[in-house]
Design a protein around this ligand. Sequence first.
Ligand SMILES: Cc1cc2nc3c(=O)[nH]c(=O)nc-3n(C[C@H](O)[C@H](O)[C@H](O)COP(=O)(O)O)c2cc1C
Length: 183
Amino acid sequence: MVMKVAALSGSLRAGSMTTQMRNTLPELAPEGMAIEMVEIHDLPLFNEDLREDGKAPAPVTRLCEALAGADGIVLCSPEYNRSVPGVLKNATDWASTDQSAPLKAKPMVVLTQSVGTRGGNMSHYAWRQILSAIGADVVVGPDVSIGPMADKLEDGRLVEEEARSLIARQLELLAGKIAAAAD
Ligand SMILES: Cc1cc2nc3c(=O)[nH]c(=O)nc-3n(C[C@H](O)[C@H](O)[C@H](O)COP(=O)(O)O)c2cc1C
């Protein structure tokens, strides 16, 4: 069985280090895990009035279908002002209020990065609080907050070995959770 894992980045800019980390995940995934990049650039700002007769705007439906169809999710996030970036919080707010509840009990991993040495660890803990409210099944274990990220990237990829092995371990733990949920 191939495990499908959706990977989201919490930064929309073209040169985003978070997105470079996210885009390296296929190299780090264990055998049998397929990483699907899910983009959030086109989501409107959360507003329940945009659901007409219960029907969400098309980008929201696309997001929720991609999340619902995934066996697991990896949230890759920068830290903004000691917390989470609005664009990714916006995506989780849409998903958490969708009828399909695509994040509920979903095996998930959070990876944060930053230009600073703490690797966005306050964002990491803010995500844990948010995802606990949503009822996601987040991997507990070594918290992966990587920094300073700029030193660890080359040609759009995460190349630093320690960071790569920390992420590979998280993906193994995610695979274990997905397998356990399927039993
Ligand atoms: C609005 C804003 C707030 C930020 N706040 C923090 C912060 O609280 N802690 C931190 O380590 N870095 C902070 N940074 C720096 C980010 O770590 C850095 O810009 C990083 O490259 C953003 O991720 P990206 O490359 O994926 O866009 C902030 C950046 C922005 C734009």
